[in-house]
Design a protein around this ligand. Structure first.
Ligand SMILES: [Fe+2]
Ligand SMILES: [Fe+2]
Length: 260
């Protein structure tokens, strides 16, 4: 009887992902369109209802960064409480707006919030026989210079040089995550980034290369929100992996099912 129940529980669970909740229960709203845009209006309520409808307590939800506009633990307490109350196990990765989360303080965050919330950085989490690996990522976002027809004819090369250093640092962090899982015997990977794996000019990058090197089956990313940005990077099947954008407004606040 116990074995059967256990088996049913295992079979019932699913892995979901979404990003860019940009909560602001106690902090200053930095993007005014969140109040007026039809996709963002009452998005906290829409997302909570969708989670209650789709997720069970056995499910896992990965939130891929830009959780909050708040800058410190004091003014994100209600944002984290909102996330904590969503169904299932919650795993968070860093986004560019998550000022409350310095990489070197990840251990303290986990000590404070586990088991309700898991902060994933330089490490991995397991899901069935998969390792969930990830980091914030980075990609050069311009400024790009356009001609009168809107074609890119150049970009800020100094900013591009700086971006290369940030990309290298994030690739090192991603490798630490993959290697931690590999050393524990994992051979199946789902890779999570906050930034898209490529910018608007790239066909591939260090992140797509690393996904291929380790054989990640899926690459999940966010950061591209607002309808003009939904197609900034790779979507769908590409060189043997599946790439998915999971920014909240793109998903209309329905978490995307990654795995059964
Ligand atoms: Fe964002
Ligand atoms: Fe972002």
């Amino acid at each position: 009887m116990i074995a059967c129940y256990f088996h049913e529980r295992i079979c019932a669970m699913s892995l979901y992902a979404i990003g860019d909740l940009h909560l602001h229960f106690q902090s200053e709203l930095k993007a005014k369109n969140q109040q007026n845009d039809r996709l963002w209006k009452n998005h906290e309520e829409k997302f909570r209802k969708n989670c209650d409808r789709l997720l069970t307590p056995e499910d896992t939800l990965v939130l891929v960064g830009d959780h909050t506009w708040g800058k410190n633990l004091y003014n994100i307490a209600e944002d984290l409480e909102y996330i904590k109350r969503l169904p299932g196990r919650k795993i968070l990765t860093r986004g560019n707006h998550d000022m409350f989360w310095e990489v070197k303080k990840t251990k303290q965050l986990n000590e404070r919030f586990q088991p309700d919330l898991t902060f994933l950085q330089d490490s991995y989490e397991s899901y069935r026989d998969y390792a969930l690996v990830g980091t914030k990522g980075f990609t050069f976002e311009g400024p790009f210079y356009l001609d009168r027809r809107g074609r890119v004819i150049g970009w800020d090369e100094e900013a591009e040089e700086h971006a290369k250093k940030l990309v290298e640092r994030e690739l090192e962090r991603l490798r630490i995550s993959f290697e931690a899982a590999r050393q524990d015997g994992y051979t199946k990977f789902i890779m999570f980034l906050h930034y898209p794996p490529t910018n608007i000019l790239e066909k591939r990058s260090g992140f797509t290369d690393m996904a291929e090197e380790y054989g990640a089956e899926q690459v999940i990313y966010a950061h591209c929100h607002g309808e003009t940005r939904f197609h900034d990077s790779i979507m769908g099947e590409y060189r043997g992996r599946t790439y998915s954008l999971v920014s909240g407004d793109y998903l209309r606040w329905n978490p995307m099912k990654v795995l059964d």
